[in-house]
Design a protein around this ligand. Structure first.
Ligand code: UDP
Length: 233
């Protein structure tokens, strides 16, 4: 069993809600285990060629260590990556002269914040009435030690067999040798719009991980659909 008792293919307890910010044109909340993202979408008149702007931020108290107030390089890069993961699903031709301003705040971080941000933003865009080819689902998959696992938490992302072997030998038995490789993914329909990889992994494990990630994304999209149904029906 994993650190938190899950099986290799299980996602963390996940909760999604839309319409959480009354003043926004679209909004949503996504909690996956101890990672929480809140997204708000504002629609503004823009140029003929509509566009999506994303701002991802992690609050100072979200992680284990206090984060400074200024925007970090990581936040700027993640804002860009998250926009790229969502853009292909948006049907911009149907909404000319519009700037979509999307902000996503991470209020609690326990790994997988960029994918929680994408799930929350996908819902917030849908809630704002933005025409989309499909909802965009996201999840992180990876290899912890020698095990391919779905939806890594922070303890798994930080896995180091040299330390765990001494401190928590029962988990060393489960995960095995090595460190962690984290692979955040996002998809709409059958198209991958985000695939990142931190660390090194062999081809066979990578393909196996992506297959598991796709199953996880389907589950995330199902949860998004349930959140929409709960709101409107
Ligand atoms: N983290 C943190 N402070 C930071 C950056 C990261 O506490 O400034 C933690 C947080 O739990 C985050 C995790 O490290 O979820 C992994 O961060 P990463 O950059 O890999 O992105 P994420 O997995 O959140 O998408």
């Amino acid at each position: 069993m994993r650190f938190d008792g899950r099986d290799y293919n299980e996602i963390r307890d996940t909760e999604m809600k839309i319409g959480v910010i009354s003043k926004a044109d679209g909004s949503a909340y996504c909690r996956t285990g101890n990672t929480i993202a809140i997204a708000a979408v504002y629609l503004k008149p823009g140029r003929e060629q509509s566009n999506l702007k994303v701002s991802y931020r992690m609050l100072p108290f979200a992680g284990e260590e206090r984060k400074g107030l200024g925007l970090t390089r990581r936040e700027i890069e993640l804002s860009y990556i998250i926009a790229k993961a969502l853009e292909p699903a948006i049907i911009f031709e149907e909404i000319p002269y519009l700037t979509i301003e999307a902000s996503v705040e991470i209020i609690k971080a326990d790994a997988g914040t960029r994918v929680a941000a994408i799930n929350a933003l996908s819902l917030a865009l849908a809630h704002a009435g933005i025409p989309m080819k499909a909802l965009v689902g996201a999840i992180a998959v990876g290899k912890v030690g020698e095990k391919i696992v779905l939806d890594l938490n922070k303890q798994e992302e930080d896995y180091d067999s040299e330390i765990i072997k001494k401190e928590l030998p029962q988990y060393y038995e489960y995960y095995g040798e090595g460190k962690a490789v984290d692979i955040p993914m996002a998809m709409y329909k059958n198209k991958i719009t985000l695939l990142q990889l931190d660390g090194s992994i062999d081809r066979k494990s990578l393909l196996e991980a992506i297959k598991l990630g796709k199953d996880g994304i389907k589950r995330m999209i199902d949860l998004q659909k349930i959140a929409i149904e709960d709101y409107y029906f």
